[in-house]
Design a binder for this molecule. Structure first.
Ligand code: HEC
Length: 152
């Protein structure tokens, strides 16, 4: 009896302490306004890449990316026209860099769960396979795609 009373008291004390702590931030700091501008283009996709920082185009990296693209991607992708996969011209303007890298690194989950990638299933009977590229390779390919889109 004593024990359970003590326990009840402890629980009560605990929940009393918790309440103000939970409510305090709500009243003191209103949530920061969310930047929605970029989010409207597309999201970041699903996969290992959560943030990519872009600088001016790195030509050496783009060149490496072109070599990987030519050997692992060109069999299904052209830039100007539909092929086995969608045309890639302008892809760096349509999609966030994170989305593009996640598509390269994690295509099967992307096609199952990402709203944009899912949409391709009806149009393209072949599903994009993982091409055994590392994150570094995917980053190089992204640089190549950027260089094509920016005409550099
Ligand atoms: C066997 C064919 C095939 C290969 C190889 C392939 N893809 Fe794809 N890719 C597709 C298909 C098909 C889609 C559309 C999504 C789907 O249905 O899987 C796609 C979608 C994409 C998209 C999304 C395009 C957009 O506009 O949203 C990107 C980016 C992409 N692929 C890049 C690559 C890169 C980079 C490689 C090489 C590492 C590659 N793909 C290799 C078939 C392929």
């Amino acid at each position: 009896m004593k024990k359970s009373l003590l326990l009840a008291a402890a629980v009560l004390a605990f929940s009393c302490q918790q309440k103000p702590a939970e409510e305090a931030p709500k009243t003191e700091t209103p949530p920061a306004p969310v930047e929605k501008k970029e989010e409207a283009i597309s999201d970041k996709g699903i996969g290992p890449i959560t943030e990519v920082k872009l600088g001016p185009i790195d030509q050496a990296l783009a060149k490496k990316g072109k070599e990987i693209f030519d050997s692992k991607c060109a069999s299904c992708h052209k830039f100007e026209e539909k092929y086995v996969g969608p045309p890639l011209k302008g892809v760096t303007q349509r999609r966030k860099p994170e989305w593009i890298m996640n598509m390269i690194l994690n295509p099967s989950e992307m096609v199952q769960k990402d709203p944009i990638a899912k949409g391709y299933l009806a149009e393209y009977p072949t599903q994009m396979p993982f091409q055994n590229v590392s994150q570094e390779d995917a980053r190089a390919i992204l640089e190549y795609l950027r260089s094509v889109d920016e005409g550099k």
